[in-house]
Design a protein around this ligand. Structure first.
Ligand SMILES: C[S@@+](CC[C@H](N)C(=O)[O-])C[C@H]1O[C@@H](n2cnc3c(N)ncnc32)[C@H](O)[C@@H]1O
Length: 423
């Protein structure tokens, strides 16, 4: 292996528009929109309007001021090239084929600086990138997570075996060069699937996690936790989600698909009584620590399937005022919606990262009597086709006897007809 660090630059500035252009576009698959940012926004707004207007007219999409280098989670793969130099890059979408690049314009700059140093240190410490075909080599990939608010940075070295040569000296060398690295974790992944993490973490330096601050709360992020990748836009998204619910002290709230508890913790700050439910046990551990970190004792977490959890609540005759749900791209399930129909919360706030599944689920929610009152698209992933949406839905009031006094708060009132929403 040669020690020369050759930088593979692919980002240029388009002279006619002044915006960044990447020569890896199409080959890489990380970006899908090769247009100037204003045109990307037009394209996304038109898609949101086309797909969601029948439920409620979407608001103007919330854009980013500087739509570059926003990714706080950077995964990098390495190999030895034909000139015996270590090169780094990303896997082409859905393949094991590597695109060599050092300056992806979506990634955090500090992460790119660390990767450049890592390639030099791999030569000095004789660490070979793992070769999938031969099964030889140590380093499978690196995962770097950064916080813009606290400045903390975590480096995760994903290795094929637990042995790491000259560990202490390696840590010393990389932290001297990048003092902003606050923790280093070795993750041992013996499996063959690339870009996944194994079960075993060995803390080499620091606490083994980083802390980020958002919407006035602190969040602990471990190597395995889900955390939104665009912090600037996440702050806008979650602020909108929680503020549109207009929570009151003592409201009973469910945060379904809660991850590390982000939305639920922001909701708990308003005094609501929150239950978070999440399938990933590691994320639940982080959520519990996050509640302690924020000194909130009006929130608890359940490590369960969200649909099963809701069904059990409905069967036990429980009730709640507001349900937040932020499911994965596949959207929610019929079981979840059926349980919602029985729990009958007054408000539902749906945070969606895939507009196609959101459209499908809004139809299901309409069938059980929920009408969208507000749809707020947010551009969480500039240069990709993804559109995040916050949707506030309210239960339609059912009138059995027109002049009857409502039995309980907000129940059985006449719903005004012919209402339209405006942007
Ligand atoms: C889009 S993320 C939202 C996470 C959270 N709101 C946050 O920002 O950290 C979706 C979450 O749903 C979880 N999940 C996936 N399937 C689930 C299920 N069936 N029941 C509960 N949680 C699930 C995932 O582990 C992931 O944490």
């Amino acid at each position: 292996m040669k020690r020369v660090n050759v930088m593979n630059k692919h980002t240029t500035i388009d002279k006619s528009t002044g915006e960044k252009k990447c020569s890896c576009f199409k080959r890489c698959g990380g970006c899908q929109l090769d247009k100037v940012y204003a045109q990307q926004i037009e394209w996304k707004q038109a898609k949101a309007d086309r797909m969601l207007s029948r439920f409620c007219r979407p608001q103007q999409i919330i854009t980013m001021d500087d739509p570059y280098n926003y990714r706080n989670k950077v995964q990098t793969v390495y190999k030895v090239n034909s000139s015996k130099r270590i090169v780094s890059g990303v896997y082409q979408s859905s393949t094991h084929s590597m695109i060599i690049t050092d300056d992806c314009f979506l990634e955090d700059i500090r992460a790119q600086q660390i990767v450049a140093t890592l390639k030099e240190l791999m030569v000095d410490f004789r660490i070979l990138p793992y070769n999938e075909e031969s099964g030889q080599g140590l380093l499978k990939h690196t995962l770097i997570r950064t916080s813009q608010t606290t400045g903390e940075v975590m480096l995760v070295l994903v290795t094929a075996t637990p042995i790491f040569p000259a560990k202490k000296n390696f840590v010393k060398a990389i932290t001297e060069k990048h003092p902003y690295i606050t923790t280093i974790v070795q993750n041992v992944n013996k499996g063959r699937v690339p870009l996944t993490l194994g079960d075993r973490d060995i803390i080499m330096y620091g606490k083994g996690y980083i802390t980020d601050e958002m919407c006035g709360c602190k969040f602990r992020i471990s190597p395995h936790s889900f955390y939104q990748v665009n912090p600037e836009q996440t702050e806008k998204l979650y602020s909108k989600a929680v503020s549109c619910a207009e929570l009151k002290k003592g409201d009973k709230v469910i945060d379904a698909y809660c991850g590390t508890g982000t939305i639920g913790l922001i909701a708990a700050k308003s005094g609501a009584d929150v239950a978070g439910v999440e399938l990933n046990a590691e994320a639940v551990k982080d959520a519990v620590s996050n509640a302690k970190l924020n000194k909130l004792d009006n929130i608890r977490f359940y490590n369960e399937d969200a649909g099963e959890f809701m069904t059990k609540l409905a069967q036990a005759g429980e009730s709640c005022d507001t349900v937040f749900l932020d499911p994965p791209r596949a959207g929610t399930t019929e079981e979840f919606v059926e349980a919602l129909g029985k729990l009958r919360p007054e408000k539902i706030v749906y945070v969606s990262c895939k507009i196609e599944t959101l459209e499908r689920d809004l139809k299901l929610l309409a069938k059980i009597g929920y009408k969208a009152q507000l749809i707020q698209p947010v551009d969480m992933f500039p240069h990709t086709t993804g559109i995040e949406n916050v949707v506030l839905l309210k239960r339609k009031m059912i009138s059995l006897t027109p002049n009857r006094t409502p039995d309980k708060k907000g129940d059985k009132k006449i719903e005004p007809k012919g209402k339209t929403s405006h942007r």
